[in-house]
Design a protein around this ligand. Structure first.
Ligand code: AMP
Ligand code: MG
Length: 520
């Protein structure tokens, strides 16, 4: 197995001089060297063939003992120095101090086909940043991260990737809902891959400690390796850096809103500096369309990270990053302008995105109202987001009275609609029909375009749960089935029609399907 190893972090960023895994505060360093934990009976249960290729590996490599051992933490490749990164963060709106890679261990960085990749194990044991926890991950959350990060990529959404899903062969004690009922579960390790795992919190920790020297070292490193187009370090390039991160974060959250992905725990330590979706924890997918929905039980009271609030939270998090970068820029105006532009730009881009979802391609001043009325209607009765938009593409503009019949399948309540609701929909379909006549596309052309932005298949929470329940019993077939299904989320895939279905009733209030918690 041959990887084109770079290990740049080690050489360019300040390392923690204390070379051991014990838990501590790590100052004036970007990372600490660590050794992954050896496990009893490692077993790789799924591999992403796309990522194998991206890393310059072969299928044959994946069958080797080395592959198994390296991607479960049981062997460290020559010329690599695994490390855990130091970062802080705002959790649920409050500064939490040092957090860091508590259960993530970066193996190394490589370059293949001019693309840089950091390779990271999640769940491979304690690091200096593990605080009071064990550094481990369980099978259920590892399956969720593995499947969802690859699925997001195929949806066209910036994300960290996954190479392997493995069992450690050990048991891990977890109190799944933090309600005093701990139980043993299977331990697992996911190999995650991304150009970089740097987060807003990596910069925040230095600003919080008033360590401006190392803040600058890290920002300069980031510019050099990940934003080379911005140019050499200067106050102007730091500002440009912030602007670019703001734009990338905006694009990311727009995609989330488009497909109904709810991250669940958008703390600043879970915000990638590259605008990637990162840290798949208690995430979920909207089934009934609802601004107020969050899958995260830890956030059930305030619902800070609810679907409809995600764009605001990205902006809030950008304010924190702006504060962290301020000591290097020393001038608030430029940062404030960028933050103010975020709101304006979001409004415009959101409108454009929503237009594309309903098949409007030339701007029209009435669209804002049409879309607002649509979103109001979607809240009238529980309406499945994915099914709704997918079926909407079948709407014949000549026959608005057929609208309700076309979207009927998306309603969770199968009884006849109350008159108030059907009137609202009929009115909307009539306006929509009128508006569609302004567009040049035929019904068929519009449907084709809409089906490229409205996925047919997403990783509904219950689907992941079915794969988890089977895997717990040693059956990994469903992981593979879902993995392959989600590679083509916009295609019809007639043989997979059973996955184009509303959430079954048994999953409505089931743990793992509608209730998840942080850091499991
Ligand atoms: P999260 O909310 O999962 O993004 O995690 C927040 C912080 O808790 C990060 O610093 C994680 O590394 C840390 N953390 C979460 N779970 C564990 C664990 N099992 N062991 C050690 N650290 C953890
Ligand atoms: Mg995290």
């Amino acid at each position: 197995m041959k990887l084109n190893i770079q290990d740049t972090f080690n050489k360019e960023l300040p390392a923690d001089p204390n070379d051991a895994n014990f838990v501590r505060q790590v100052e004036q360093a970007c990372f600490s060297f660590v050794t992954p934990k050896k496990t009893k009976a490692p077993q790789i249960i799924h591999v992403s063939p796309e990522m194998v290729k991206h890393l310059g590996l072969t299928e044959e490599d994946t069958l080797s003992e080395t592959f198994k051992n390296v991607f479960t933490g049981n062997e460290v490749l020559p010329h690599t120095n695994p490390y855990a990164m130091c970062y802080g963060g705002h959790q649920f709106g409050n500064w939490a101090g040092q957090l860091g890679d508590g259960r993530a261990i970066n193996l190394t960085e490589i370059v293949h086909n001019n693309q840089r990749w950091a390779i990271q194990l999640k769940g491979a044991g304690k690091t200096p940043y593990s605080r009071t926890a064990d550094g481990l991950a369980v099978l259920r959350s590892s399956i969720r991260e593995y499947l969802c990060s690859e699925a997001m990529f195929h949806l066209g959404i910036p994300t960290t990737r996954a190479l392997t899903l493995a069992l450690s062969g050990e048991e891990v004690l977890r109190d799944m809902l933090y309600n005093g009922n701990p139980a043993y579960e299977k331990g697992a390790i996911v190999t995650r891959v991304a150009p970089s795992f740097l987060r807003f919190g990596n910069y925040q920790i230095f600003a919080a400690r008033n360590d401006i020297k190392n803040l600058q070292t890290l920002v300069d490193y980031t510019l050099k390796h990940f934003y080379p187009e911005i140019g050499t370090p200067s106050k102007e390039s730091y500002l440009q850096f912030f602007k670019t991160v703001a734009e990338k974060s905006l694009e990311m959250v727009l995609h989330w809103q488009r497909v109904g992905f709810v991250h669940g725990v958008m703390n600043t330590d879970n915000m990638s500096i590259l605008g990637l979706t990162i840290d798949y924890g208690p995430y979920g997918w909207l089934e009934g369309y609802e601004y107020g929905w969050t899958p995260n039980t830890t956030d059930a009271q305030n619902k800070r990270y609810r679907y409809g609030n995600q764009p605001n939270i990205v902006l809030w998090n950008l304010y924190q990053l702006a504060n962290a970068l301020f000591p290097l820029i020393e001038e608030a105006e430029g940062l404030e302008t960028i933050l103010a532009e975020f709101g304006i730009s979001f409004e415009a881009k959101y409108l454009e995105m929503m237009r594309s979802k309903i098949g409007l391609f030339s701007p029209n001043e009435k669209d804002q109202t049409l879309i607002q009325e649509l979103e109001n209607n979607l809240h009238l009765t529980e309406t499945d987001m994915t099914i709704f938009y997918r079926n909407l593409s079948k709407f014949p503009k000549e026959n608005p009275e057929q609208g309700i019949a076309i979207i009927q399948e998306a309603f969770y309540n199968t009884e006849a609609l109350p008159a108030k609701i059907s009137d609202a929909w009929n009115q909307w379909f009539s306006n929509y029909s009128e508006r569609l006549f302004v567009e040049k596309e035929t019904n068929a052309e519009r449907a084709k375009k809409m089906n490229r932005v409205n996925p047919k298949y997403v990783l509904r929470n219950y689907m992941a749960q079915l794969a988890i329940d089977a895997a717990d019993k040693g059956d990994y077939q469903l992981i593979d089935e879902l993995f392959n299904l989600l590679k083509k989320p916009y295609d019809e895939q007639n043989q997979n029609e059973k996955w184009f279905a509303k959430r079954p009733e048994w999953a409505r209030n089931k743990v793992g399907c509608s209730m998840l918690s942080c850091s499991s």
